[in-house]
Ligand binder design. Structure first.
Ligand code: FAD
Length: 357
């Protein structure tokens, strides 16, 4: 089977790696590099699906602090460390794995549109358009996916804006989360000498929120990087005939923290399984990540209704060793593994559940 994958970053390269062992796979990537605006923070669950090269890991940490408006905080010490990857090196190493498995990469090749069963790709170097008719097309072309647009999929997608900056600063290797600042704000250890500060917020407010947030750290003008992040919608299908969407192109991003690397890799795996085993991609991706993404979405719906006093109350409830133990032991990628346990240990958390409806 011939399979065209549009977009060669984490989701696209991992799908290519999984498929190239048994299929004829071509990856078309519009850029000549694998850079991406991303913090590169991943839970240790990554090691369950992928061997990660040591060279791409720039830091690891166990300590996370979650702040409330009244200055109360939850201090966590994860049983399994999170890692920080250099996102460009991580993406490149995935593409190398795919090439070793037999995939063909075409850099500087820009997907333009679908024309019936054909797709039009522009070679940006030769400034020439080419037509291809692969049996399957996988859109791994990020938040503003042209594959999705061209196939008429996910027509009502919504976005937030993530803005971040890296600062040279001594730090104690802990992530600080400020979940009450718009969608989320954070400072995280980048490498041994730098931290990263960032916010996710509505597109029209993000810049102002970022500028206000960094003043907390005593900073003014910083070299910022920004990118749109998709807001997950559980309803629409991610497959239409021979076109599949994975990763940010499919909006498969956690609505709580807006992290999506793991979810894109798992969707890529589900897509490869569906194609090689002739099963339903809809069933495969929903089985792999659907319920957890749905829980992240319900949590986001609840969090967006929180007042400062709700945040203070919630973080107050977490001054309890039993709850802290649950948060320290389970991966935040998979809330389905720990939400019930939290609710049993602290029934007052049920009072927040109505906000999720
Ligand atoms: C500031 C910020 C911080 C983040 N931090 C984290 C984090 O710490 N942890 C985490 O898990 N997630 C994080 N995320 C989210 C994460 O970066 C994404 O979920 C993930 O990178 C999506 O991978 P992807 O392969 O699906 O899409 P992308 O990485 O967006 O890749 C899409 C690829 O498709 C290519 N492409 C686009 N259009 C075309 C076209 N027409 N033709 C050919 N190629 C095309 C692009 O050039 C790109 O290479 C962050 C996001 C932002 C913005």
């Amino acid at each position: 089977m011939t399979i065209a994958i549009i977009g060669g970053n984490s989701a696209g390269s991992f799908a290519a790696y999984k498929l190239a062992k048994s299929q004829d796979v071509c990856v078309y990537e519009k850029d000549d590099h694998f850079k991406k605006v991303c913090s590169g923070i991943l839970t240790s669950s990554l090691f369950d699906i992928l061997p990660v090269k040591k060279e791409v890991i720039i830091n690891s940490f166990s300590d996370v602090v979650i702040h409330a408006p009244d200055k109360k905080k939850i201090e966590l010490h994860f049983k399994k460390k999170d890692i920080v990857v250099d996102k460009e090196a991580f993406n490149r190493s995935l593409s190398e794995m795919a090439i070793d498995a037999g995939a063909h990469f075409f850099m500087n090749h820009d997907f333009k549109h679908l024309q019936g069963k054909k797709m039009i790709i522009q070679d940006n170097k030769l400034k020439k358009q080419k037509e291809f008719s692969p049996e399957y097309i996988i859109g791994a072309d990020g938040a503003q996916s042209l594959v999705a647009k061209s196939a008429g999929m996910l027509p009502d997608r919504k976005f937030k804006l993530a803005i971040k900056a890296v600062i040279k600063k001594k730090h104690n290797n802990a992530v600080q989360f400020y979940p009450f600042i718009e969608e989320i704000a954070w400072s995280s250890p980048h490498d041994s000498e730098h931290i990263e500060v960032g916010v996710v917020a509505p597109v029209d407010k993000a810049n102002l929120i970022f500028e206000t947030f960094v003043k907390r750290f005593g900073y003014g003008k910083l070299k910022k990087e920004a990118a749109l992040v998709p807001f997950y919608d559980s309803a629409p299908k991610r497959q239409q005939e021979n076109v599949f969407l994975i990763g940010d192109a499919a909006g498969q991003v956690k609505a709580t923290t807006y992290g999506g690397i793991m979810q894109g890799l798992k969707a890529a795996n589900a897509c490869a399984k569906a194609i090689t085993e002739n099963s339903s991609y809809e069933k495969e991706w929903r089985k792999a990540i659907g319920f957890d993404l749905y829980l992240h979405l319900r949590m986001r719906k609840a969090l967006n209704k929180f007042t400062y006093s709700d945040w203070n109350r919630l973080i107050g409830y977490f001054q309890n060793e039993k709850l802290i133990h649950v948060l320290e032991s389970f991966s935040r990628d998979y809330p389905s593994t720990f939400i019930a346990s939290l609710l049993i240990k602290e029934p007052r958390l049920f009072t927040f559940c109505t906000k999720a409806l």
